[in-house]
Design a protein around this ligand. Structure first.
Ligand SMILES: Cc1cc2nc3c(=O)[nH]c(=O)nc-3n(C[C@H](O)[C@H](O)[C@H](O)COP(=O)(O)OP(=O)(O)OC[C@H]3O[C@@H](n4cnc5c(N)ncnc54)[C@H](O)[C@@H]3O)c2cc1C
Length: 370
């Protein structure tokens, strides 16, 4: 193991794998470490990817399981609202992460699974779970919502959605994402996403409502069983944190090491929908490109500034909108615990109100603190 690689990528989810590929393709010495022993396993994802990324990400085509065409939103017990045009796909997320890792390896990156970074010193040295100490010229923090790299540069995610999900047998085929909004699902929503013979049923809530997740999920499962849509057997459980405070400053310097953050570590997951695969793939590639520019231009810090600017251009407005909606919705729950169905609709992407009320909600120009 090279203890002084040009670039150390921390985490081999979509962001890390795409960053490692970009750096290795440019000829730099890239080491990537991932604490999971098997790429992408266990899966912590509902596995839906909107049609925004597609043919340019080969791994997506190779791991697609089912097409999604529309979205159906259930608000309380009212008749559902149908959004005809909401294309995307359900993927095999474990296979997706594995494929992206294979691409990084093929590009020349040195991948280590089953190896965890335990500490980052204030000189930029990482101590790994095998006892090795690594001092990279660049650290790419793609280590997810509880990022060690983010902590090391003071870019910390301050708000989360807590999630819980089960996979159950599918009994009636459908090709939409089902969304459930309710005053009882505090600060979030529930979902049922079909994946060939399986349905991923889950929910994300404000951390303070975490203790209600099991009951709420059981209730949704029972409702779908009663409707004859899914089976009672539970095939798998998962969960995890989703960043919900918006983008953090995506770079900093530790000793003489430049640290760039990508994906969930940079807070790029949408705080309303919880979607983060797309932004992880894009930001991972951009972080890799920024690392290449930095090292190719005498450690010129402009590369990091430009990276931040690119992320703000691409994701800033949609993240700021989602954060503003999340804050507005939180006030309803805070006040009387009863957001009305219309208030719930106003905070969900399927409804015009979500996109139209720019003037009535405060949207920060720049969500990223300086
Ligand atoms: C239940 C749930 C459902 C979701 N559903 C969807 C969905 O349907 N569609 C969607 O677009 N998004 C979804 N998301 C969000 C999406 O999964 C993330 O946004 C996406 O995985 C971010 O990719 P990433 O590479 O930034 O981080 P991750 O995929 O989290 O990868 C980070 C990697 O870093 C590793 N790591 C962390 N710390 C260390 C360390 N110290 N040392 C070594 N390795 C480390 C982790 O093991 C992990 O593999 C969901 C999230 C959850 C929790």
């Amino acid at each position: 193991m090279n203890n002084q690689p040009d670039i150390l990528v921390l985490g081999l989810g979509p962001a890390g794998a795409c960053a490692a590929t970009a750096c290795a393709k440019a000829g730099f010495n890239v080491m990537a470490i991932e604490k999971k022993a098997i790429a992408g396993a266990p899966v912590q994802c509902a596995e839906f990817v909107p049609a925004m990324i597609g043919s340019e990400v080969a791994a997506l085509n190779e791991t697609s399981i089912q097409a999604i065409r529309s979205m159906v939103t259930f608000v309380e017990d009212q008749p559902p609202d149908f959004m005809a045009n909401f294309p995307g796909r359900m993927i095999d997320r474990e296979g997706f992460d594995r494929e992206l890792g294979e691409q990084a390896k093929a590009a020349g990156a040195e991948l280590h699974y089953g190896l965890k970074a335990q500490n980052i010193s204030d000189t930029g040295t990482l101590t790994l779970s095998n006892g090795n100490q690594i001092l990279p010229r660049i650290l790419i923090g793609a280590d997810g919502p509880n990022s060690l790299a983010g902590n090391a540069i003071g870019s910390v995610i301050s708000d989360y959605l807590e999630t819980r999900q089960i996979s159950v047998p599918l009994l009636q085929a459908f090709d939409n994402t089902d969304i459930f909004l309710s005053q009882h699902i505090t600060g979030g929503y529930a979902w049922a996403f079909p994946k060939a013979g399986v349905v991923n049923i889950g929910l994300g809530v404000h951390p303070q409502a975490r203790s209600h997740m099991k009951t709420l999920l059981d209730e949704l499962h029972q409702k779908l069983i009663a409707e004859g849509r899914v089976g009672s057997q539970i095939l798998g459980h998962t969960g995890g944190r989703i960043p919900a405070s918006g983008m953090v400053k995506p770079w900093g310097v530790i000793g003489s090491t430049l640290c760039l953050l990508a994906g969930d570590a940079a807070g790029l997951t949408n705080p309303i929908t919880g979607a983060g695969i797309n932004s992880a793939v894009i930001s991972g590639k951009l972080a890799g490109d920024a690392a290449v520019h930095y090292l190719s231009n005498d450690n010129n810090i402009t590369a990091a500034d430009n990276y931040q600017e690119d992320l703000e251009d691409l994701f800033g407005a949609s993240l700021a909108r989602a954060v503003a909606h999340r804050q507005r919705l939180a006030t309803y729950w805070h006040q009387d615990n009863t957001p009305s169905p219309e208030q719930l609709r106003g905070g969900w992407i399927a409804y015009d109100q979500y996109w139209q009320n720019q003037n009535t909600i405060s949207i920060k120009e720049n969500p990223c603190p300086a």
